[in-house]
Design a binder for this molecule. Structure first.
Ligand code: S3P
Length: 434
């Protein structure tokens, strides 16, 4: 087992908040300044489509905390209807958030547009995008399989609606919110399973918590959004990989600075501490409506196997499930997951991707439609095993962490894919090696 020690001050800025800051900037009146914008490929795709749809976007490097150079993005817009008809299909690359959330904005623009992506994104479900936008009055065409290209005939006359989310998806919630900002009247979105709430927080929307646990988000239409500044904290979903590295490593101690600790994003910390992990939060404070703090992790020799079945918990760790399952398999030999069919709709079919790779590494697994179980490990594989990354950054990083921490001969079929959300992933791990 390798030893990892040190301080991480260069974790990528949060991917979800970066997307939203750029999109909200494009809908605001005036100049939006975003400090610490992510260099990840997905967030750069959002800036790319905004530029191609006529929004003025500038990006520069400036001095940040801890003597680091960080990115500052400046977006200039005249408000809700500042877009121009793009000449070509808008390329979202690997980014589902870009495609889905921008579709909500395009539905309200009085022109036709088309959203496309890479081979992974072109396979992901888009009916969840088309359904509410059609109900609001936009024309949306998909492939016969319900996937991209997403062809949109936008209209300035979107009608407000009351929309109950059919899947616990913050992307769908956000795309309906962005469309609703243009609608003639008040829209209400109802969610029974909480998903990340950055869009509501950043737009200052009213939310109503019902006694039955449901949450209603109220979106007034056609209100001017004045431009403001955003600061993007570090990404907790990226922190999860470093936390797992610290737990799996021997005699390790890592502190990760200035991480977004929004309660909808840190369920993985509760799960891990419940399983016996030595993790503490320090220096917690609120900046720009989001809770931010430092995560201190120390290696933990025995971790109880993780068993995840509550749909609320699944939604709270949806992006961390690859790392949590690989960590649990390596630390305890076991893992169980149910009610997680959404995991099959991510950058890859993550249930299949995790199981295929764990089996290559000698683990016994059982796969179900909505999850899987790791029953144990029969024998350590002899020699080098190559993990298939399936064009999926989180699959690549989950197994890379196991490889670096255990010293086992695990190679990746594609290590560049980490750049989608965590371009300096390997550099950070290298610097932590004691
Ligand atoms: C995201 C929401 C989640 C998550 C994705 C980012 C967001 O997707 O998996 O990585 O920023 O809103 P779903 O909304 O499809 O669950």
């Amino acid at each position: 087992m390798a030893v990892f020690k040190g301080e991480v001050t260069a974790l990528p800025p949060d991917k979800s908040i970066s997307h939203r800051a750029a999109l909200i900037g494009s809908l605001s009146e005036g100049v939006t300044e975003i400090t610490n914008f992510s260099a990840g490929f997905d967030n750069q795709s959002t800036l790319g489509v905004l530029h191609d749809a006529g929004i003025e976007v500038a990006q520069q490097e400036v001095d940040g905390a801890y003597g680091r150079r960080i990115r500052k993005v400046v977006i200039s817009s005249r408000g809700l209807w500042s877009f121009t008809a793009p000449e070509n299909p808008l390329m979202c690359n690997n980014s589902g958030s870009t495609m889905r959330m921008f579709a909500g904005i395009l539905a309200a623009q009085p022109f036709e547009s088309e959203l496309v992506g890479d081979s992974s994104l072109m396979k992901r479900p888009m009916k969840r995008v088309a359904d509410p936008l059609r109900q609001m009055g936009a024309g949306v065409d998909l492939s016969p399989a319900g996937t991209a290209p997403v062809r949109i005939r936008g209209t300035r006359d979107l009608t407000p609606l009351e929309y109950r989310l059919p899947v616990p998806s913050a992307q769908v919630k956000s795309l309906v919110t962005f469309a609703a900002l243009h609608a003639d009247g008040e829209t209400r979105i109802i969610e029974s399973i909480r998903s990340r709430d950055h869009t509501e927080l950043m737009l200052g929307l009213e939310t109503i918590d019902r006694p039955d646990g449901e949450r209603v988000i109220v979106i007034p239409g056609r209100k001017t959004i004045p431009a403001r500044s955003f600061y993007i904290p570090a990404d907790p979903s990226a922190a999860c990989f470093i936390v797992a590295l610290g737990l799996l490593g021997s005699n390790s101690e890592i502190i990760i600075r200035d991480v977004c600790l929004n309660p909808t994003r840190v369920e993985f910390i509760s799960l891990l501490t419940g399983a016996g992990a030595d993790i503490t939060i320090e220096n917690s404070r609120i900046i720009g409506g989001e809770t931010i703090g430092d995560i201190l992790v120390r290696s933990t020799r025995t971790l109880k196997p993780l068993v995840i079945s509550n749909p609320m918990v699944v939604a709270g760790v949806i992006d961390e499930l690859p790392m949590l399952s690989v960590l649990s398999a390596f630390a305890s030999g076991e893992f169980e997951l149910y009610n997680a069919e959404e995991l099959r709709t991510k950058e890859s079919d993550r249930i299949n991707a995790i199981v295929v790779n764990l089996e290559r590494l000698g683990f016994d697994c059982e796969q179900y439609p909505d999850g899987f179980r790791v029953i144990g490990r029969r024998c350590r594989p002899v020699g080098q095993v190559t993990v298939e990354c399936f064009d999926d950054h989180r699959i690549a990083m989950s197994f890379a962490v196991a490889a670096r921490a255990t010293g086992e001969g695990i190679a990746l079929s594609d290590s560049d894919v980490v750049g989608v959300s965590f371009p300096n992933f390997f550099e950070i791990i290298e610097n932590l090696k004691a």
